[in-house]
Ligand binder design. Sequence first.
Ligand SMILES: Cc1cc2nc3c(=O)[nH]c(=O)nc-3n(C[C@H](O)[C@H](O)[C@H](O)COP(=O)(O)O)c2cc1C
Length: 177
Amino acid sequence: MPTVLLGVSASISAYKAADLISQLKKKNYNVEVIMTKNSTAIIPALTLQVLSKNQVHLDVMEEATPTDINHIDLVKQADLFIIAPATANIIGKIANGIADDMLSTTALAVHDIPLLIAPAMNTYMYQHPAVQTNLNRLISYGYQVIEPKESLLACGDYGKGALADISDIITAIQELI
Ligand SMILES: Cc1cc2nc3c(=O)[nH]c(=O)nc-3n(C[C@H](O)[C@H](O)[C@H](O)COP(=O)(O)O)c2cc1C
């Protein structure tokens, strides 16, 4: 059973991670979820734990098993790493080598597996040169970007920034595993 290591960050679309996990489980993937602390304000970790049938990883300093270093061991069992949804913040942190939480720390430890990132944010945030520069940097590191959609966004603005359809994210995962 291939393992998808899924990072969830605090976009309003984080609730869609529940559907993504549920569909991946139905397709027989093992899903290990890493959430940022902020994302748990949008969707509870318990929801993603129940759907993934695995404990959700939240805190880089929480080492449940004395013989394990969680952010390294998770990577060793993963067949693909994806962040969906990815905030401007997590994109910026990974692009610049910052490792100050469980998700960004794990992201820097990932190697030799396919890397996917699905940004979701306000259209003006998405267009910001800093975000675009960071995304291009991630592409140069080997990430494949699943482009956000143009739509009426949760904030009321219209433009490119909505999380890609879950079906498109699943297709991208299936193509790479
Ligand atoms: C209701 C709400 C919705 C948000 N939606 C987004 C979003 O879609 N994309 C984004 O980049 N930031 C969004 N933010 C801002 C991020 O949550 C904020 O930058 C946060 O620091 C990101 O933390 P994280 O990257 O550690 O999850 C939102 C904030 C709030 C309060």
